[in-house]
Ligand binder design. Structure first.
Ligand SMILES: Cc1ncc(COP(=O)(O)O)c(C=O)c1O
Length: 444
């Protein structure tokens, strides 16, 4: 850590030199395989020449033109293409610079839309535990990870939460429709307990991100949430910050379900790590209502910056031209099967889950009882560090509400080849063997 720069902790890492494809090199020449696409960002890999040339071209024209002073052709075209990627009916786009800003944008838009419709008593957003929706205070209020929220509780209005559909912990079959119905019922009970007339929206990650470790909802759950929202007049908002951009095998995870949300929140893979970029894609009528009633009381200086749009457009070109959604499914299937193989080899891998290339495995002391590894072992940090030393980057979090439990995201760029999957899995297996040898003997 330098004298003048700080992040979350005093942890230090090597200095980056360069990055290309699925690899990064530090200044000492050590190479790292980006097994988590950074923080599930670099979907198209690093330094893609097409994106760099799109950015260079735009930089020759205008990097920034304040949106209240000029319209921008590149921003307009990017909004149109993004709306075409979203489910039918979602065709108004508001660009921002990241996921937290996009979450703030969606919840404020939802609130203003309900006021415009003459229902000012609706203000509660029901989200889930665990979940992660960002670091700004509005996003923290809807984030279901207590360690991230607790210190700030007196400074904000925490929003109601229900338990995420953690079917694997509850020993329920995710393919059985009664499982989905069970968790939908929990949501309905929450809506009723809060008073439906006070509830504005339900906010969910359609497929879980880092907080649940790639939790795939049980059959019928998303459709059940949609039906509930319709029944009680609530908006359904999908946080696709991590799932969007093709990562789960479709451009938006919304396409996996027979349930269309009213808004989609996107970031991470949208800019692909080339620029800070996020977006909300909303139902047209919600935006029209807000604009008809005094306008949207919201904005960020860098929102809809032409350079960011050019980069985002370049990323989208690559996703389409290289058919990366289909590739995410195919390569994701390979990685998933290889993780399952590792699970049969290492009994401390208690669960493997996910979709496309949004995959995770969870370590447990006992896979039958779902008992977590001792909290003090800090397995989530130890395995990541061992892998890092072996030249493999993976991403970990505490599984059980951010307090204990250990899961690891295996989410390489969607451009990964079969040979690179072999390399990744070889490094992961080596790291797991070292971890077991160093730390699990006394636990077992
Ligand atoms: C599902 C989800 N929502 C929101 C965010 C916040 O995004 P950002 O870190 O770009 O502000 C994240 C970040 O990890 C996320 O995974």
């Amino acid at each position: 850590m330098s004298d003048h720069l700080f992040y979350q902790s005093r942890q230090t890492r090597p200095f980056i030199d360069r990055a290309e494809g699925i690899y990064l090199w530090d200044v000492d020449g050590q190479r790292y395989l980006d097994g988590s696409s950074g923080a599930m960002v670099s979907n198209i890999g690093h330094s893609h020449p097409h994106v760099l040339s799109c950015m260079a071209e735009q930089m020759q024209k205008a990097t920034f033109a304040y949106r209240l002073h000029f319209q921008s052709d590149i921003v307009e075209r990017f909004a149109k293409r993004l709306a075409q990627k979203a489910p039918a009916g979602l065709d108004k786009v508001f660009f921002v610079s990241g996921g937290s800003e996009a979450v703030e944008t969606a919840i404020k838009l939802a609130r203003q839309a309900t006021i415009a419709r003459g229902e000012p008593d609706r203000f509660k957003i029901i989200s889930r535990t665990p979940s992660y929706h960002g670091s700004t205070l509005g996003a923290v209020a809807v984030t279901g990870t207590p360690p991230f929220a607790d210190p700030f509780a007196p400074m904000m209005r925490e929003m109601p939460k229900v338990r995420a559909p953690l079917h694997y912990l509850d020993g329920l079959d995710m393919d059985d429709p009664t499982t989905g119905a069970h968790y939908v019922q929990q949501m309905e009970e929450k809506i009723l307990a809060e008073g439906p007339e006070s509830v504005l929206a339900v906010l969910v990650e359609p497929i879980g991100g880092a907080s649940t470790g790639a939790l795939v909802p049980p059959a019928g759950y998303m459709e059940g949430l949609r039906a509930l929202c319709d029944k009680y007049g609530l908006l359904l908002i999908y946080d696709e910050v991590m799932t969007g951009g093709g990562r789960t095998g479709t451009y938006f995870a919304a396409d996996h379900f027979g349930a269309t949300p009213d808004m989609i929140i996107s970031a991470k893979g949208l800019g692909g790590g080339y620029v800070p970029l996020g977006a909300v894609i909303s139902r047209n009528d919600l935006v029209e209502d807000v604009l008809d009633h005094g306008g949207f009381l919201h904005g960020f200086t860098n929102a809809a910056m032409p350079l960011a749009a050019a980069a985002g457009m370049g990323v989208l070109d690559v996703v389409e031209d290289e058919q990366l959604c289909a590739r995410a499914s195919r390569i994701g299937g390979m990685v998933y099967n290889r993780l399952r193989d590792l699970q049969s080899q290492y009994p401390f891998i208690g669960d493997v889950r996910g979709k496309g290339l949004l995959l995770a495995f969870e370590l447990m002391a006992d896979a039958t009882t779902k008992q977590v590894l001792p909290k003090e072992l800090n397995a989530h940090a130890k395995l990541v560090n061992i892998a890092y030393d072996n030249g493999l980057i993976i991403y970990s979090r505490r599984t059980r509400n951010g307090a204990e439990g250990d899961h690891f995201m295996v989410c390489p760029p969607l451009i990964s080849s079969a040979a690179q999957v072999d390399e990744l899995m070889g490094l992961l297996e080596k790291s797991l063997a070292q971890f077991a040898d160093l730390y699990l003997k006394e636990v077992a």
